[in-house]
Write a protein that binds this ligand. Structure first.
Ligand code: ZN
Length: 240
């Protein structure tokens, strides 16, 4: 059968020829799928919203002449409010960029897909703090990639880190380091006791079940940690 039907989110779109677009879709069961969406930029095209960034839909894709084409799509969620707020859009773009660095054709990534869909939903429809949602996304993202940071013990002396204790997040050492073990560490990698406890709660409970709110979420720490592990750069969020 040259047709396949699958759910996916649009992570990237590039205009092509006069009216077409090339889309990079993220499917939970097929991983990365690059497809040509023909005529989607014509006014009144039925594929217009299927070719928008961050749209989630049920895509019907046809293979022919060495390429995949979008035949039709039924939209599940357009996450429309993301387009109305630049900071939320930038956070979604950072998440999409992280996913683009790791998804591969025909490599299923169901857990990552669910994480992305839930995070988009929070950004679009909930009044949650953008840096909190993005920090939680990056922590789960890096954990799914096999780089879960060690947060309960110092990576150097192995001492148990209590809830009232902060530490340095050391990307080269995959976790936090107590103050005594890292007298020379860069201050910008310092996590307060509240930030460390918040990260542990996010991993164990998930962001929905946490009542703790922070004055500053450790987004910069997690971004540097993720960039180091993936050996890449992620886009910045606008200064708040
Ligand atoms: Zn130590």
């Amino acid at each position: 059968m040259p047709y396949k039907t699958f759910q996916a989110i649009v992570l990237q779109r590039v205009d092509w020829r006069e009216n077409d677009r090339i889309l990079t879709l993220f499917s939970p069961e097929h991983g990365r799928v690059d497809v040509l969406c023909r005529s989607c930029r014509k006014p009144k095209s039925p594929l217009m919203s299927a070719a928008e960034l961050f749209t989630m839909g049920e895509y019907v894709v046809f293979s022919g002449k060495g390429r995949d084409y979008v035949q039709s799509c039924s939209i599940i969620e357009s996450f429309y409010p993301l387009r109305l707020d630049y900071a939320r859009l930038a956070a979604a773009a950072m998440m999409a960029s992280a996913c683009l660095k790791t998804i591969q054709p025909e490599e299923p990534m169901g857990h990552l897909y669910i994480l992305l869909a839930r995070s988009f939903r929070r950004l679009a429809f909930e009044d949650s703090d953008i840096t909190a949602v993005t920090s939680a996304f990056l922590l789960h993202f890096i954990t799914l990639q096999g780089f879960k940071p060690r947060l309960n013990h110092c990576v150097r002396c192995q001492k148990r880190m209590g809830d009232a204790e902060g530490g340095y997040l050391m990307e080269q050492e995959d976790g936090i380091c107590c103050a005594a073990c890292a007298p020379q560490a860069n201050r910008r990698s310092w996590l307060s006791a509240e930030q460390t406890a918040w990260l542990r709660d996010v991993l164990v409970l998930g962001i929905d079940k946490i009542s703790r709110e922070l004055g500053a979420y450790p987004l910069g720490h997690l971004k540097r940690y993720t960039e180091y592990q993936l050996e890449t750069n992620l886009p910045d969020l606008p200064k708040q």
